[in-house]
Design a protein around this ligand. Structure first.
Ligand code: ATP
Length: 252
């Protein structure tokens, strides 16, 4: 479980996050949604320690990240897996080398153990036959899978995904969502995903937080989202015509 309490952040006098608090549950998919520039990525970066909030706390199973000693911070960092937007793969390294990278950087396990762990993770994301290929030789969906394999190679307790569906066709997006959901269930990970994708919200959004201009305006389970009376959230959801029509039909 991750708790964020009263997170505030401003850049050059402009407030980007306004006292945001929430709880992200273990073994569940927790989504942060909202339009462009509403502070989703800044919030995620505040959670993983890439941007220090001006005020507020981030608690990892009760451990207060920003008020921890160096060793505890390091331990929490090792429990995080991050799938960056666009995958962030090293183009000059094979798929296998990309997945092995955190093990090389953060562990001193033997080459044999590393190989076993990398093979296991590649197999878990359905890429067991692609370890020797270069990122330039695989599709966008496969790159995301490599990113997921790398994010789980350290066996994380917390998984953060920044727009895992960006740049993918709808069918591949669904497959990536399903994979993240399966892995979250299987290893009881606390997963936090930033997305614009209403399909992801409806399919896998067990807990959803809506940010608007740095404010948390709504949170709840996905099945309640279309009943919202928050005008900004309504506008965000029903920008999608299919959903608008579906909502009209269910009200008839
Ligand atoms: N390092 C920074 N320095 C100054 N301003 C920043 C910095 N990072 C983000 N911002 C500003 O903070 C605001 C929120 O940005 P953020 O990237 O969190 O938006 P977002 O909701 O993730 O948008 P998108 O969906 O388009 O990625 C924006 O106005 C952005 O310009």
């Amino acid at each position: 479980m991750i708790e964020i309490k009263d997170i505030n952040k401003a850049f050059n006098g402009k407030t980007v996050l306004k006292s945001v608090s929430s709880t992200f549950k273990e073994g569940e998919i927790n989504l942060i949604i909202g339009g462009s520039g509403t502070g989703k990525s800044v919030l995620l970066k505040c959670m993983i320690g890439l941007i220090k909030p001006d005020h507020g706390n981030v608690l990892y199973n009760g451990r207060d990240f920003y008020n921890s000693d160096k060793d505890t911070k390091q331990a929490i960092r090792r429990e995080m897996g991050v799938l960056f937007q666009g995958g962030a793969l090293f183009d000059s390294q094979t798929v296998e080398q990309n997945v092995r990278f955190p093990l090389d950087m953060l562990t001193d396990i033997s080459p044999k153990e590393k190989k076993e762990r990398v093979d296991f993770c590649l197999q878990r994301v359905g890429l067991e036959a692609s370890g020797k290929r270069m990122p330039s030789e695989i599709s966008g969906g496969m790159k995301k899978r490599v990113g997921i394999a790398r994010a789980i190679v350290m066996n994380p307790k917390y998984l953060f995904c920044d727009e895992p569906n960006s740049g993918l066709d709808p069918l591949t997006s669904v497959k990536i969502d399903e994979l993240i959901k399966e892995i979250t269930d299987e290893y009881k990970i606390t997963t936090v995903i930033i997305t614009h994708d209403m399909n992801s919200v409806m399919e896998i959004g067990q807990n959803v937080m809506f940010l608007y201009q740095g404010d948390k305006l709504w949170e709840g389970v996905n099945s309640d989202i279309t009943k919202t009376t928050v005008p900004e959230l309504n506008e965000f959801i029903f920008a999608n015509k299919l959903l608008r029509d579906a909502a009209k039909e269910s009200n008839c």
